[in-house]
Design a protein around this ligand. Structure first.
Ligand code: PBG
Length: 336
């Protein structure tokens, strides 16, 4: 007679881990080159690419080297790049006006890529002022009723709208407001539609934390910031307000919502993935990159395997798209 007790069910877990074939067969999470978004920097006034000291392997690009690396990305199967502009120091001012100018470095970079790649490569652009202001904040400053210097929400959003339209005109497929101003998504959607760019999508930096993991990025863009962004970016202690930010952004017309940074905030990624009716992206930021790069360079970790583990974990948590400075290497690793 058959009896349940004859079967050793305790052996089940390891049965599906026996060899690479079965592990791949049962893998619940698979990375694909099209998952990745490659953040890139184009700098004004340089004639050769410049490596960012705190991000080994990542460069500020000239127009030529930018095109080259985009070809590499496309060849590896990456579908989207996210472009940041690094203006010359002397072009920065209090309102970041070069961010809006047609011949500003970021808009020139977008136009060059759109001309080179057409519809083959999705061009996303950073829609924020911090790279362009001489004080390094993500918006324009004002003095509040108590004499404190603060970032002025609504005039900043007005500039973001102009910037988004300028980027769309230059050829961006997706604009990505990263400044965490209230109401920025709805205002930008309206401005894009009114200017005839209803088909340009918005990647909303919805849950962006005031994170020290952004440290190396400030090197990357030559940021002038003194102080911090705690009055507009989220407090790392909180998750409820992430859900509020995401709900607002979706109601305002976000095509994607994003959580940033990624690895230290996987609980946020998971919660947002549960409630979002639009794709959820996560941004593996400069500090996450720098830590792995430094440990890898010292031989303290297996660099490539750790990178793929981190990316797999971000996707497992619920991210549909992942911003990563490793996009090309990771895509190549996916291709085997
Ligand atoms: C702001 C912006 C930042 C990053 C992306 N967009 C810096 C900040 O908010 O201070 C950080 C990206 C990274 O650290 O990789 N425009």
């Amino acid at each position: 007679m058959w009896r349940m007790a004859d079967y050793d069910l305790t052996r089940r877990p390891r049965r599906l881990r026996r060899n690479p074939a079965i592990r791949e067969f049962v893998a619940e999470t698979r990375l694909h080159p099209a998952d990745f978004i490659l953040p890139l920097f184009i700098a004004d006034g340089i004639d050769a690419p410049r490596e960012i000291p705190s991000m080994p392997g990542v460069h500020q690009h000239t127009e030529d080297s930018l095109k080259r690396i985009c070809h590499e990305a496309l060849d590896a199967g990456v579908k989207c790049v996210d472009l940041f502009g690094v203006p010359r120091e002397e072009d920065k001012d209090a309102t970041g006006s070069v961010a809006v100018a047609e011949d500003g470095i970021l808009n020139r970079g977008i136009a060059a890529l759109r001309e080179e790649f057409g519809e083959d490569l999705l061009i996303m652009s950073d829609t924020c002022l911090d790279e362009f202001t001489d004080h390094g904040h993500c918006g324009v400053l004002t003095t509040d009723a108590h004499g404190n210097e603060v970032v002025d929400n609504d005039p900043t959003v007005d500039i973001y709208c102009e910037m988004a339209v300028a980027q769309a005109r230059a050829g961006a497929h997706i604009v990505s407001p990263s400044g965490m101003m209230d109401g920025q998504i709805g205002a930008i959607r309206k401005a894009l539609d009114a200017a005839g760019f209803a088909d340009v999508a918005i990647m909303a930096y919805s849950a962006k934390y005031a994170s020290k993991f952004f440290g190396p990025f400030r090197d990357a863009v030559g940021s002038s910031l003194k102080g911090d962004r705690r009055t507009y970016q989220q407090d790392p202690a909180n998750i409820r307000e992430s859900l509020l930010e995401v709900e607002l952004d979706i109601a305002e017309g976000a095509d994607f919502v994003m959580v940033k940074p990624a690895l230290p905030y996987l609980d946020v990624v998971a919660k947002v993935a549960e409630i979002s009716p639009v794709p959820v992206a996560a941004y593996q930021v400069s500090g996450e990159y720098a830590m792995l790069a430094a440990a890898g360079q010292n031989g303290w970790i297996d660099y490539e395997a750790t990178m793929m583990e981190a990316l797999t974990s971000i996707k497992r948590a619920g991210a549909d798209q992942i911003f990563t400075y490793y996009a090309i290497e990771a895509a190549r690793a996916c291709n085997g």
